[in-house]
Design a protein around this ligand. Structure first.
Ligand code: FAD
Length: 564
């Protein structure tokens, strides 16, 4: 936004450090410090976002030590794992959201919330510029700026269309609550349109062709939900067109759910094939019009088009513009995602933290350190270590980098322990480090892709609030803690992701789960596990009761197909 012209301060909300500007004012750097006089007792923490990461931070941060302000264009927290259920009315939209003000009320009202979006981060001056998102004619200012001592960026990510022509205009997304509500209405539209008089069977088929682009967890769960909705409810309401409904999942890779264990991926493919859900793998969508989807079959380099009634685009996420702009300012412009270190501090920018889907922990340093540990252990440069030396090195790595443990102890444990044996299975005297490094490089690529999930975001939020809460104690006691004192690395333990498992609901009251320790569980019992976990993970008793009563209502009365 352009440089400052005449700055007009219209009002100040004192301790909040809020400054409102006239419409023509846009330069954050000139915000008056006097009117933003800071409360000397408390340092100001500005949190961007009220999603998994932001709310998890807010739930625990010590409000007696910090003046906390939250900015988000959404005045609620949404339980995203249940969004696919909202698309078909299995649960109601309002059952999975909790107003932010309910959450902050529990913190004695000491957290301030502003419904607006951050449009610019000015890290040099420690300010952010925000714009309210109301599209009505309420009086008041559109833009204001806030100063911070610490900034927590938790703005999540946005849908990635890969600039595919026609996607924005003709596809539904499944990212926000509004998206799910829109899909719910559109599915019913497709059925109502199909049963209008005068349509040919071909036209009815087109209207009832539901296409999902993206065979990841969200796309697959939506396909499964839709299939259940059609088979359990809609076929009874629209009997004349029940045989014309078709659901297609288009996936660019060779398999759906390819981030899950192979057993889950192949079970899902077999189940979908039994259910009549068509899975087209190895296809890249190149454009979408209001009538058809055009795609390229990777194997044959052939282009084909299929007509559709509704398309849901679910192919992944990308960085939001405000974060991209910020990355440009701090020398991360060439990266895809904002990089942080293991303490969630944004690289190259003091007092700014980033967590959740908008950030990634930069593991390069970790891997460099691990390589150095090896080099130091291999004193004679032979490229091999004794088993004892090797195990000491592994212990040392796990001690310093506990976040590697998940990978070493689960999927890739075999990669590592295999190195201790020869091909006949006999214990080796020496371990070839080259092989171990190879195993580690595999670990490295896994670590770089710390998944963009609610689980990671929530754990990061909880971790960061703990660090904030102990900050004063550590400042008062600079000798402290304990574990890294010797290495002089940092006063807090690095963030350690604890993988608690992952679900993939597949419809027909069956769910697949990948549990810690490489356990895989699939079937009806896992569906009950899914119900219990998702009921227990709700942010409040209110939403817990609402969600459970929605599930019960659906069991008894079926889903509501009104188009409201
Ligand atoms: P979000 O939860 O997206 O929150 C971002 C927040 O930032 C929002 O409040 C947003 O309004 C706000 N914001 C956006 N722009 C701005 C701005 N400019 N200024 C200020 N605030 C802003 N994960 C799982 O672990 N398990 C699942 O089963 C699962 N299922 C999913 C199903 C669906 C349909 C979807 C879409 C996601 C699912 N995920 C799941 C992923 C999970 O939702 C995300 O990883 C998680 O939401 C990331 O949390 P976050 O806090 O980083 O971002």
């Amino acid at each position: 936004y352009p440089a400052c012209s005449k700055l007009l301060v219209l009002c100040t909300l004192s301790s909040g450090g809020l400054v409102a500007y006239s419409e023509s004012q846009t330069d954050v750097s000139n915000t008056s410090v006097e009117i933003n006089a800071k409360d000397c007792k408390k340092r100001r923490v500005v949190v961007l976002g009220t999603g998994w990461a932001g709310i998890s931070f807010l739930k625990d941060v010590d409000v007696s030590a910090y003046d906390v302000q939250v900015i988000s264009p959404r005045n609620y927290f949404a339980f995203t794992p249940l969004l696919p259920s909202v698309t078909c009315g299995t649960v109601e939209a309002r059952s999975i959201v909790e107003p932010v003000r309910n959450i902050i009320k529990k913190r004695n009202g000491e957290i301030k919330f502003f419904e607006a979006e951050c449009i610019k981060i000015d890290a040099a001056n420690k300010k952010i510029l925000c714009r309210s998102t109301f599209d009505n004619n309420l009086v008041g200012n559109e833009e204001f700026s806030l100063e911070y001592d610490y900034l927590v960026i938790a703005v999540g990510a946005q849908v990635n269309t890969f600039n595919t022509p026609g996607v924005v205009e003709n596809c539904h997304f499944l990212k926000e609550v509004e998206d799910a509500q829109k899909i719910r209405r559109s599915v019913i539209d497709c059925f109502e349109k199909a049963v209008l008089p005068g349509l040919s069977e071909e036209e009815q088929r087109i209207n009832l062709h539901f296409v999902i682009v993206g065979g990841g967890p969200t796309g697959v769960e939506f396909a499964a939900e839709l299939h259940d909705y059609v088979q359990e409810d809609l076929v009874n309401l629209y009997p004349t067109v029940k045989d014309l409904v078709k659901i297609t999942v288009i996936q660019s890779g060779d398999h759906i759910l390819n981030m899950f264990d192979e057993r889950i991926s192949s079970f899902a493919e077999q189940k979908f094939s039994r259910d009549g859900i068509e899975v087209q793998t190895g296809c890249r969508v190149i454009s979408v019009s209001d009538k058809e989807i055009t795609m390229k079959l990777k194997s044959k380099e052939e282009i084909c088009s299929i007509p559709h009634g509704l398309v849901v685009w679910s192919t992944g996420v990308e960085t939001r513009p405000v974060v991209k702009d910020f990355m440009g300012q701090i020398g991360q412009g060439s990266r895809r995602v904002l990089a942080t270190d293991e303490w969630l501090r944004v690289k190259g920018c003091a007092d700014v933290y980033a967590l959740g889907d908008c950030a990634t922990i930069n593991q390069r340093k970790v891997m460099e350190d691990i390589a150095a540990i090896f080099k130091a252990a291999d004193k004679d440069n032979s490229g091999a270590l004794t088993v004892k030396e090797f195990q000491d090195v592994v212990d040392d790595i796990l001690e310093r980098y506990p976040q590697v443990e998940h990978y070493l102890k689960s999927k890739h444990l075999s990669d590592v322990t295999d190195l201790l044996k020869d091909p006949e299975g006999n214990a080796r005297d020496e371990v070839d480090i080259g092989g171990f490094k190879l195993a580690l490089s595999h670990v490295d690529s896994q670590m770089k892709n710390l998944p963009a999930t609610a689980q990671v975001a929530a754990q990061q939020g909880a971790y960061l609030s703990k660090c904030f809460n102990h900050r004063q104690q550590c400042e008062d006691n600079p000798e402290g803690p304990r574990r890294f004192k010797g290495s002089g690395r940092h006063q807090f333990h690095p963030f350690r992701y604890k993988h608690l498992g992952q679900f993939a609901p597949l419809g027909g009251e069956q769910t697949a789960a990948e549990l810690p320790g490489d356990w895989v569980s699939i079937g009806h019992s896992t569906q009950w596990l899914w119900y219990s976990v998702y009921a227990s993970k709700q942010v409040s008793w209110r939403t817990r009761v609402l969600v459970v009563s929605d599930w019960t209502r659906r069991f008894i009365f079926g889903r509501d197909s009104s188009r409201i």
